[in-house]
Design a protein. Structure first.
Length: 93
């Protein structure tokens, strides 16, 4: 035997996935399977928000929703809202 029975032995494998909003329906059952298998329960991700002159109010709402749901800190929310505000002021006014 190459390891002691009381030793915890594992490795971590990682992959980057880039689901679209439409692809989330297919991804959610896979994430649930990962959790049920005990292979993970946190799924770090990056959300890319495209801000335009016509959607900046909706983007601000999304940022606030992310903070209310506990996905980002209040500080991060304030930073993101400041970026949106600065973009709108610089480009559209």
């Amino acid at each position: 035997m190459r390891y002691k029975p009381q030793t915890v032995t594992f490795t971590t494998v990682r992959c980057n996935v880039t689901p679209t909003a439409e692809g989330l329906g297919a991804l959610l059952p896979i994430l649930q399977s990962i959790k049920e298998a005990g292979a993970g329960d946190r799924f770090p991700m990056e959300i890319i928000l495209h801000v335009t002159g016509t959607n900046y109010e909706q983007v601000k709402q999304v940022i606030a929703e992310l903070e209310r749901a506990g996905f980002i800190s209040n500080l991060k929310m304030q930073q993101m809202l400041s970026e949106v505000k600065n973009f709108v002021l610089f480009v559209y006014q």
